[in-house]
Structures are given as structure tokens and as C-alpha cells.
Design a binder for this molecule. Sequence first.
Ligand code: SF4
Length: 396
Amino acid sequence: MRVLLAEHTEKKENLDVDVRMPYIRGFLLRNNIESLYIRHNDIRIFEKTVRDFIPDLMVTNKDKYSRLSPDKTILSRYFQTFYQKRFGKKADIFRMIPVFDADIREEENESGYIPHLVLSNSCNYSRSIRDNVLYKNLITAEKIKMRGCTFCTDSDSDVRWEIRDNTHLRNIFVSTLNYLQKRENREVRIIGEKYIQRPGKIFSLLMHLGIKDLRVIMTLRPEILIDNRKDFAEALTVASETGNQMILCSVGIESFYDKDLLLFNRYLDSKGVLEAISVIYELKDVFRESLILNRYELFNFILFHPFTTTESIEYNLRMMKAVGINKISKRTFLNRLIAERNSAIYYLIKEEGLSAEKACWKFRERNIEEFHNRLFMADTHSFKTDDILQVLSEYR
Ligand code: SF4
């Protein structure tokens, strides 16, 4: 059997990679299955590779590549199930040693590629959506995930597991370092809440392995910082002693506005979000060198959804200013809710009569749509919060 692993990776979106692919590659190698792994952003490269390699199976992370080999393509997230059904053997890909090298390289892509290490299931957030006053009486299909965030469709996100075997953990890090050593890159991203909640364990491990000058990227929910601030301080102490660094990014603030946070079924309210932000800044005050906050976008926001109002936007902008966010990237500010049809929030949107073909939803308030469109058309990569407030005043 010949397997083509075709991973679509955007050049500049090097944090947005398919975390499964290097593990699938490791699994195939371990099972002596011939494979070719390409990572690119140009469909013509994939077309040519399919023609030349003639795979028996193509594993990809994007639906759009299915048409290249329709009878033989599966999405990477279904690889385990597919393999088990076809060969009757268990395929636990995250128990494998990941192989990050791709067979076809494009220098620009390759140098920016950051290995993602999956050390446990990604998220342990399981607050009941049924207990949320907005969703209590909502009628949904049975299979809809009713725990965690209301926009989440990752039904595996609360299936808990973690790597416990120290040899395996060590091998995963060694594989990563070998990959990084061949390049100038010194960054690795950790996936897995069990480990992200205990960053001390990660940085102690790096110390024991004698690893220096490594930047460990972590994205997380803000409550993790509040609950584990001591562990973060300890981790950063070890990091500063060993010359390693922690990069925080995409901290899932989502909104400062309580109604938004309730709509998303987030754990923290507005006050809690502020506390988490102050933990970050306090840590930065103490660990100036070992904590990096400006390498990527520090916070993630979802300010635009069907129920967005001028009030919610104004509140968010004023809170941003209060915590020192005076400038924000266009992409982060204008980020719109993704409400998939199999998410709890989609059912709420539908019940409110706000579902639509395009993007699955429409704004309730026309002026918000116009406001969003106007900023979307602006020829800039970032906005000053004061400038957005100024524009907003025309839509109130
Ligand atoms: S969307 Fe929410 S529940 Fe889903 S994985 Fe992310 S943080 Fe966890």
C-alpha cells in the first residue's frame, strides 16, 4: 500500500498546521507502509504528486483535495477509524514518534514550519451547556456536543488521555530537536491541556534533557492561568535558569462582554477574564526575558456573531483600552464566529431565525453588518482601538 500524506499549510500560518500528519507518518513508517509526505499550499503541487506517486490512499487535512483522488481520499482526522476498519488493527497515532520532515520542501514553508507536539488530549473543558440558561430548553439533535464551548464541534476534545511514559515523551522531544537542529528554527508548540496546565513539568523535562534555547509555544484558555499561576511562575523560573523561553499566544479571551461569554458557555465572566490578563502581565513583569508575549497574537477574540451589538463592541473596545490594548490586528478584531451546523450555538442561532446559507448565520443588527463590512474593506493590517471607537460612533 502506498499512502500520500498531503497537508495544506499556509506559508504565514505556520501555527495552523495539521497536528495529526507527522504522527500518521510515524505510524506508517513503524508499520513499514510506503508513504510520501508533502506539505504545501499550492494545489498544483498536490495534483502533480498524485499523478507521479499514484497512491493507493491519500490522507489530507482539507476537503478540497478530495477531488484529486475521490475514491481513495480520507481526511486525516478519520485515519485511525479507517485503518482500524480496513486492517482490523488498532491505530493509536499519537502513541507514535512524529516525523516532521516532509518529502517535498519549499524553503519558505519549511523554515517557518513549527513542530506541534501532542502530549495529551487538547482540551479538558467540559462545563455543561444544558446548565446554561440560554440553552436549557433548546432542542438539538442527539449527537450535538453539549459540553464545553457552544461553538465547539470537536467531539473528542473531552476524551481524556495523556502520555505517561517518560521514554516516549523523551523520544518525542528528541525527534523534534533533531528536526529543529537541521533548521534555524527553535520553536515548538505544545498541544495538550494536561501538560499546558503543568508547564513546570515541560520545562523541567527540557532541563533534564539538557535542552537550551528552545521557545515553547502554548495557547490556552484564560482560566488555566488563574488556576495554575504558581506552576507558571515555577516553569518560568526553570526556563530562565536554562535559557529556554515560553511563548504565550491566542489566549482565548473571546470577549470581555458577559453576554458574549454566556453565549459561548465560557468558564470565565468578564471579571475573570481581567484577572487572567493581570496574571499574564504580572508574570511578564517578573520574567521579562523568559516569557514572550509579542511573538504571535496574544489574545483571541470572537466579537462578531449574530447577536453582536454596538454596545458589546463598544464595551470590548473600552476594556481593551483599559488593559492596554491600544492597537489590534484587523484579523483578530474582525474575527467572526464559526458556527458549524453540528454545534450547539448553531441550533440557538437557528431558533432565533438568524441562520443563513453563507457562513451559517447572519447579523441580527443591520448596522453591525455594515460596520463589520466597512472595517473589513479598510486597507490596513491593524486598527487603533480609538479609531474603531470613532467609526463605531457613526453606527450607534
Ligand atoms: S472550542 Fe472550547 S471546548 Fe472546544 S476545544 Fe476549544 S476550548 Fe475546548
